[in-house]
Design a protein around this ligand. Structure first.
Ligand code: C2E
Ligand code: MG
Ligand code: MG
Length: 645
């Protein structure tokens, strides 16, 4: 139990509060009665009785004061017990006023008995009964002022006994009921603290405790444990599109299927399941061949999602990403095991849907590096450490400068040789990319305006944007705002989107691309050939140019014929669809000549110019316009130093 003491305490506090109120009431009633009967007895010249009643009344006043001022119910209960027993004995011995006092003993005791616990009442009033019996039926009866016949004495004693038993029985059943309530309350809390209310599976704390025990046992007597961390892909979409009820049903269905798998899993494996949070689940496999069993389980789970998951006759495109970590190979504590499987799960998610991935040390290093890059990107955004470099693009035939590709650099990452190829994917994963893309667009357009004004530049400004923007519905508006801010012609802007971002894209992406084109900007499919665009689908993409990936250009004279032919194939294809072809990564004269020969439209590459800082770009353009491009390998060395590469 996790919080039993606290819950019982809460319960006892409620009970104490009730006692307090009962005591207050009894004390007030007692004070009034004792005052009246004490006064009457004194007037009757029954000084002994009057004195006893008045001193009892004083005692009650003190107890009431304590109770109100200091909430000291213990003191009040003690005073009430003493007063009621003392008073009852006095009434028994003296017979009270007009010998009827003995009848007051019954209600005084009955009411008073309820402010005590069962065992306190047994002892206290049991003792009182014995004293009464001694006074009434033994030689001690000589102490009695009032006189009772033997039958009367017996009747008083038996009535008191019956009253005592009835009160005790009531008290006992009340206490039992209270304890039962506390237990039920604690059980509920226990369930809530250790089990997931939706699926009934153990929760995060529970599985961590069980795993800790398992690992402890494994340290004494070696055993192998496999841990699968499952996360459902696209679950959020189900919640967003169909509501949380549907999401809950989906989770319950999956949890039931998971339990079924666990039940039918080959022995001697011991399986434990848990729901960690939202759409995250864990499977713990305690088996000698934990590695093979973990894979078997992962494959069975993935099979559940082969065709999505059906809930209420609707098929949801939900899949699973699973990370696997093994004890003792990957971790030696429960926390590490969960954490590492979780890391592996992220890796599986990155690799595409419905797959599993093992934890590895390289993976951990990779994730640590990514985290560092993320932090430095945030810093760069905060402290304006980003800058742009510019890479001229040339017409393949006239060799004039027809465009400039804008490339991003981050000062604080560049020191460690980390360029955009490495940090852009991190920015995409952490959603920093939207802010970064906007920064790039805004600054690029500002510079484009300057370039046009200072050099009369009339070429294209090619700005890379992330594929993430294809699902960003505000993107077009933001771009339009930037264009309006600087008043540049949209026709002088081309956005480059890497081909892989087009893969698996839906209507929404196409709409965004269409909207961009309607603004007047052109679009380029960057790194073409690295993705999986079916060539015959090119017609459906609103692209104005293809940028052949530099790996194909560098493979131009490779012995692998198919790699060599690739550039030619892309070129033919682009011509078929009347799309402009830009070859990037031209590093040699031979490559340039080949590209010119096959009719490529534009080229860029280190052979022609490296990415340049702003000032270098200005002088490059003016010098180039004066002297033109001389095809001379020495050119490469005379070009400015490589900014950012
Ligand atoms: P990309 O758009 O394909 O950019 C071309 C990359 O190839 C640039 O690297 C450029 O320096 C390099 N390159 C060009 N010619 C040659 C050559 O002859 N030899 C060699 N070895 N490399 C050449 P960079 O600047 O490191 O950019 C890498 C990628 O990062 C870009 O590929 C682009 O996908 C992305 N990227 C760069 N800047 C931005 C940006 O501002 N926003 C976004 N979203 N992505 C960017
Ligand atoms: Mg590019
Ligand atoms: Mg490229």
């Amino acid at each position: 139990m996790i919080y039993p003491a606290q819950n019982s305490d809460e319960f006892l506090a409620v009970r104490t509060n009730r006692y307090n109120r009962l005591c207050k009431l009894l004390l007030i009633i007692g004070i009034v009665f004792l005052l009246i009967f004490g006064g009457l007895s004194l007037l009757d010249e029954k000084y002994l009785l009057g004195g006893v009643l008045m001193s009892c009344m004083l005692g009650c006043c003190i107890a009431l004061h304590q109770l109100i001022q200091h909430h000291n119910s213990r003191f009040a209960v003690r005073v009430l017990n003493t007063v009621s027993i003392f008073l009852s004995l006095t009434l028994l011995v003296t017979g009270g006023r007009e010998n009827t006092g003995v009848y007051w003993i019954y209600p005084i005791l009955a009411i008073n008995i309820f402010i005590n616990r069962f065992w306190q009442a047994v002892i206290l009033y049991g003792g009182f009964l014995i004293v009464c019996a001694l006074l009434l039926l033994t030689p001690l009866s000589e102490l009695m002022v009032a006189s009772y016949s033997f039958t009367e004495a017996l009747r008083i004693e038996f009535t008191l006994l019956a009253l005592y038993l009835i009160c005790l029985a009531t008290l006992n059943s009340e206490e039992l009921a209270n304890n039962l309530l506390i237990k039920m309350h604690d059980d509920d809390m226990h369930k809530m603290a250790f089990f997931d209310t939706l699926t009934g599976l153990p929760n995060r704390w529970n599985i961590k405790n069980r795993l800790t025990l398992l690992v402890k046992k494994a340290r004494k007597k070696p055993r192998n444990i496999g841990l699968l961390y499952i996360d459902l892909d696209n679950f959020k979409k189900v919640n967003d599109n169909y509501g949380h009820d549907m999401g809950d049903k989906l989770l319950t269905i999956f949890s039931n299927k998971l339990q079924q798998l666990a039940q039918n899993f080959p022995k001697p494996s011991r399986i434990e399941l848990a729901r960690m949070a939202g759409d995250e689940f864990v499977v713990v496999i305690d088996a000698p061949d934990h590695s093979a069993r973990s894979i078997e389980m992962a494959e069975q789970i993935l099979r559940l999602f082969k065709d999505g998951l059906e809930v209420e006759n609707i098929n949801h495109s939900v899949f699973a990403s699973i990370g696997i970590a093994l004890y003792p190979e990957h971790a030696n504590s429960a926390g590490d095991l969960i954490h590492r499987a979780d890391l592996a799960m992220y890796q599986a998610k990155d690799g595409g849907r419905n797959r599993y991935e093992y934890y590895s040390a390289e993976l951990a290093r990779e994730l640590r590096d990514q985290e560092q890059i993320e932090n430095r990107l945030r810093l760069a955004l905060r402290e304006n450490l980003f800058s742009l470099v510019y890479m001229p693009i040339f017409d393949c035939h006239s060799m004039s400068i027809v465009g400039v590709e804008v490339l991003l650099r981050a000062e604080n990452l560049q020191m460690d040789g980390i360029g955009p190829e490495r940090f852009i994917p991190v920015a995409e994963k952490t959603n920093l990319i939207k802010e970064i893309d906007l920064w790039v667009i805004d600054n690029a357009l500002k510079q484009l305006l300057r370039l046009q004004q200072e050099t009369g530049f009339s070429g294209l400004f090619c700005i890379n944007i992330s594929g993430v923007e294809l699902s960003n519905e505000q993107f077009t508006t933001q771009v339009k705002q930037s264009i309006d801010r600087y008043g540049v012609a949209p026709e002088s802007i081309e956005f480059e989107i890497t081909e892989t971002a087009f893969v698996l894209n839906d209507d929404r992406s196409r709409t965004i691309l269409q909207e961009l084109r309607e603004l007047g900007v052109s679009l380029a499919l960057d790194d073409f050939g690295t993705g999986f665009t079916a060539f015959n689908q090119l017609i459906h993409y609103p692209a104005d140019s293809l940028k052949i990936d530099r790996t194909f250009v560098s493979d131009l004279f490779s012995t692998d014929k198919s790699r060599h032919n690739m550039v030619g194939i892309i070129e033919n294809l682009a011509r078929l669809y009347q799309i402009k072809v830009i070859a990037e990564g031209v590093e040699t004269q031979a490559q340039l000549e080949y590209l010119q020969e096959i009719g490529c439209d534009w080229v860029q590459g280190y052979y022609l110019s490296r990415p340049l800082h702003w000032d270098d770009l200005l002088s490059f353009i003016s010098e180039y316009e004066a002297h033109g491009f001389e095809v001379n390998p020495q050119n490469l060395n005379s070009l400015p130093p490589i900014p950012g590469r």
